[in-house]
Design a protein around this ligand. Structure first.
Ligand code: DGL
Length: 282
């Protein structure tokens, strides 16, 4: 029948479009890595706003302005799905970004998938959370967890030293063990059953955190849960990229380029990455 063909052609073209992702820097590459592993045919366009790093200490208004500007770029790249691969930006700008993007793309935050997981797996239990000042002070996790009405008792602590420490590649050593241990020993995090790593940089210190708790506490990072949520959304909407024999050519932009960022990206993405400089404001 002639009527079915145009619809099919449109949805195949949409499915071939990339997934856009952004973060204040290269921390979101931990989420990009999980998405690339789970969905190996998807092409990723990644934007690291390195000129404005860290987002964790910025005002809500500033993070909102950066996020909208980045989404503009991602929409111009025809992204079918935009993943806000940063907790601070998800906390400050998710609603605004969704409104701005409208029907042009779906928007996924790193917060909602992990909150849903807490409701399913930790009902009636005490859960800790660490993140940037922006994420913790926004109280967004607490509000969303309380809305579930599942009896999850969430205790949050801002841990602002961790992002600069990780960006410097300063981890897996005794001084970073001390910093991590001092934060995790805070009474706010006493008697928890699980700890949410509410910052996309923290998967890189997950082993050190797990070692501190020696198996007594589940350490939850959102990367895999977010990748699963991206897959569910794309599958439900017929938007999964068609399989191809050649691997997708991902594209990585940063708003400020330094050689050290390019070197660190390998640690975050677990493979060689070429960063392209794309200034947001000229
Ligand atoms: N990766 C960002 C997050 O998930 C934090 C880094 C920053 O402060 O810019 O919150």
């Amino acid at each position: 029948m002639t009527t079915a063909a145009p619809t099919l052609a449109v949805s195949v073209a949409l499915a071939a479009r990339p997934i856009g992702m952004f973060d204040s820097g290269i921390g979101g590459l931990t989420v990009a890595r999980a998405v690339a592993q789970r969905l190996p045919h998807e092409r990723i366009v990644y934007f690291g706003d390195t000129a404005h790093l860290p987002y964790g200490d910025k005002s809500t208004a500033a993070i909102q302005a950066y996020s909208i500007k980045i989404c503009d770029l991602l929409l111009r790249q025809h992204c079918k799905l935009i993943v806000i691969a940063c907790n601070s930006a998800s906390a400050a700008a998710y609603e605004l970004v969704r409104e701005y993007v409208g029907s042009k793309a779906q928007v996924l935050s790193v917060i909602d998938p992990i909150v849903a997981h807490l409701g399913q797996a930790y009902a009636g239990r005490r859960v800790g959370l660490i993140g940037t000042k922006q994420t913790v002070n926004s109280n967004v996790y607490k509000k969303k967890v309380d809305d579930l009405d599942a009896g999850v008792d969430l205790q949050s602590l801002a841990t602002p030293l961790l992002v600069p420490m990780i960006e410097e590649g300063f981890f897996r050593n005794s001084i970073s063990d001390d910093i991590i241990g001092t934060y995790l020993g805070n009474p706010a995090l006493a008697d928890i059953d699980a700890l949410v790593l509410a910052c996309t940089h923290y998967p890189l210190i997950k082993e050190q955190i797990a070692r501190f708790y020696a198996g007594r506490v589940d350490v939850l990072d959102a990367s895999d849960v977010v990748a699963a949520a991206a897959e569910s959304y794309l599958a439900a909407h017929g938007l999964l990229a068609p399989a191809s024999a050649t691997p997708p050519a991902h594209h990585f932009y940063v708003s400020d380029f330094t050689r050290s960022f390019e070197e660190s990206t390998r640690i975050f993405f677990e493979q060689e990455v070429h960063l392209e400089h794309y200034p947001l404001w000229e």
